[in-house]
Write a protein that binds this ligand. Structure first.
Ligand SMILES: [Zn+2]
Length: 76
Protein backbone atom coordinates (compact mmCIF):
# COMPACT_ATOMS: atom_id res chain seq x y z
CA UNK A 1 0.00 0.00 0.00
CA UNK A 2 1.26 3.44 -0.92
CA UNK A 3 2.02 5.71 2.00
CA UNK A 4 -0.06 8.82 2.21
CA UNK A 5 1.46 12.10 1.19
CA UNK A 6 1.93 14.93 3.62
CA UNK A 7 1.14 18.25 1.97
CA UNK A 8 2.83 21.46 3.07
CA UNK A 9 1.19 24.83 2.42
CA UNK A 10 0.88 25.46 -1.34
CA UNK A 11 2.06 21.96 -2.33
CA UNK A 12 0.67 20.72 -5.63
CA UNK A 13 -1.66 17.76 -5.12
CA UNK A 14 -0.30 14.58 -6.70
CA UNK A 15 -2.08 13.53 -9.85
CA UNK A 16 -3.29 17.08 -10.56
CA UNK A 17 -1.78 20.06 -12.38
CA UNK A 18 -3.76 22.89 -10.79
CA UNK A 19 -4.92 21.84 -7.32
CA UNK A 20 -3.00 22.93 -4.23
CA UNK A 21 -3.18 22.45 -0.51
CA UNK A 22 -4.10 25.57 1.46
CA UNK A 23 -2.89 25.23 5.04
CA UNK A 24 -4.78 28.35 6.17
CA UNK A 25 -8.09 26.69 5.24
CA UNK A 26 -7.01 23.02 5.40
CA UNK A 27 -8.56 22.61 1.96
CA UNK A 28 -7.63 21.66 -1.58
CA UNK A 29 -7.92 24.76 -3.74
CA UNK A 30 -7.22 26.26 -7.16
CA UNK A 31 -4.52 28.88 -7.80
CA UNK A 32 -6.99 31.79 -7.75
CA UNK A 33 -7.92 30.95 -4.15
CA UNK A 34 -4.62 32.34 -2.85
CA UNK A 35 -5.17 35.83 -4.28
CA UNK A 36 -8.91 35.79 -3.62
CA UNK A 37 -8.69 34.71 0.02
CA UNK A 38 -5.17 35.40 1.24
CA UNK A 39 -3.85 38.34 -0.74
CA UNK A 40 -1.87 39.88 2.12
CA UNK A 41 -0.76 36.68 3.82
CA UNK A 42 2.85 35.55 3.98
CA UNK A 43 2.73 32.26 2.13
CA UNK A 44 6.44 31.56 2.39
CA UNK A 45 6.27 31.90 6.15
CA UNK A 46 3.25 29.57 6.30
CA UNK A 47 5.04 27.11 4.05
CA UNK A 48 8.09 27.11 6.32
CA UNK A 49 5.85 26.62 9.36
CA UNK A 50 4.08 23.59 7.85
CA UNK A 51 7.40 22.19 6.69
CA UNK A 52 8.79 22.54 10.21
CA UNK A 53 5.70 20.76 11.57
CA UNK A 54 6.34 18.01 9.05
CA UNK A 55 9.99 17.60 10.08
CA UNK A 56 8.84 17.12 13.69
CA UNK A 57 6.28 14.50 12.66
CA UNK A 58 8.89 12.77 10.53
CA UNK A 59 11.38 12.64 13.41
CA UNK A 60 8.74 11.06 15.65
CA UNK A 61 7.84 8.54 12.97
CA UNK A 62 4.90 8.81 10.60
CA UNK A 63 3.45 6.71 7.79
CA UNK A 64 3.06 9.80 5.61
CA UNK A 65 5.73 10.87 3.19
CA UNK A 66 6.75 14.12 1.52
CA UNK A 67 9.40 14.11 -1.20
CA UNK A 68 12.13 16.75 -0.83
CA UNK A 69 11.40 17.94 -4.35
CA UNK A 70 7.61 18.10 -3.88
CA UNK A 71 6.11 20.50 -6.44
CA UNK A 72 4.99 23.73 -4.76
CA UNK A 73 3.49 26.90 -6.24
CA UNK A 74 5.79 29.10 -4.13
CA UNK A 75 8.89 27.68 -5.76
CA UNK A 76 10.00 29.89 -8.60
ZN1 LIG B 1 -7.08 29.21 1.95
Amino acid sequence: MKAKRFYAHCDLIEGTTDVFYCSFCNELVKEKHFDAEHLNKNHNQKFKATLHEWKLKESRGTTKTRPDDAPNRLRK
